[in-house]
Design a protein around this ligand. Structure first.
Ligand SMILES: [Zn+2]
Length: 197
């Protein structure tokens, strides 16, 4: 009914139906901000599944939130609930196993997709290990290069007569990388292709 001269946005701008008054609208927007911050703090761990694309049991379940943390090459998906911020897949592990992880517990991914851009949250792709396990895992899987499975698949394609250019296009790699694999200048430590992972 009363229309103040300082109206900002009008009543429709306020989801709490504050009256048409500039000061009340400001208070109201502050209240909304506090409530949404509060909601983040008190978010339930189970809400992590809202940020996960759950696919088939054998597929990777990508994290679809936008909270990625960590170093450039090793960004991890993060989720905050109950005032605690940790990796989304760690929340999933705790929810699925009912076990609270300690800081010493590492979650290892058999799919090697724990970091950006997938941040796999499929519990079937996770296992718990120690830091030492993780270091061994990282070395054996060459996390900072191509996964062994990819290198072996590339070798197989080369053996089958695919050109380096075709393979480079298929995997989104440079010709140089494929050439280095072909000539054994790179990934030599992975050994011969024996069909095993
Ligand atoms: Zn996965």
């Amino acid at each position: 009914m009363s229309v103040a001269p300082f109206i900002y946005g009008g009543a429709s701008a306020c989801r709490y139906n504050a009256p048409d008054s500039c000061i009340l609208l400001l208070l109201c927007s502050n209240l909304a901000a506090v409530r949404s911050m509060d909601a983040t703090m008190k978010r339930d761990p189970i809400d992590v599944f809202q940020l996960i694309a759950m696919k088939g049991p054998d597929e990777c379940w990508p994290f679809i939130g936008n909270a990625w943390g960590g170093q450039k090459r090793d960004k991890r998906p993060y989720f905050m609930a109950n005032g605690r911020r940790t990796m989304a897949y760690r929340w999933v592990w705790e929810l699925v196993t009912g076990e609270q992880l300690t800081e010493a517990d590492m979650i290892l991914h058999s799919c090697d997709n724990g970091s950006w851009p997938i941040g796999c949250c499929n519990p079937h792709h996770m296992r718990k290990g120690s830091h030492a396990d993780n270091t061994a895992d990282m070395t054996s899987r060459q996390r900072h290069g191509l996964p062994g499975t990819v290198v072996r698949a590339i070798r197989r394609l080369l053996d089958q007569g695919q050109t380096q250019e075709e393979i480079a296009r298929l995997y989104g790699l440079t010709r140089e990388t494929v050439s280095a694999i072909a000539t054994q200048r790179a990934y030599k430590h992975l050994g011969e292709d024996n069909g095993a992972q």
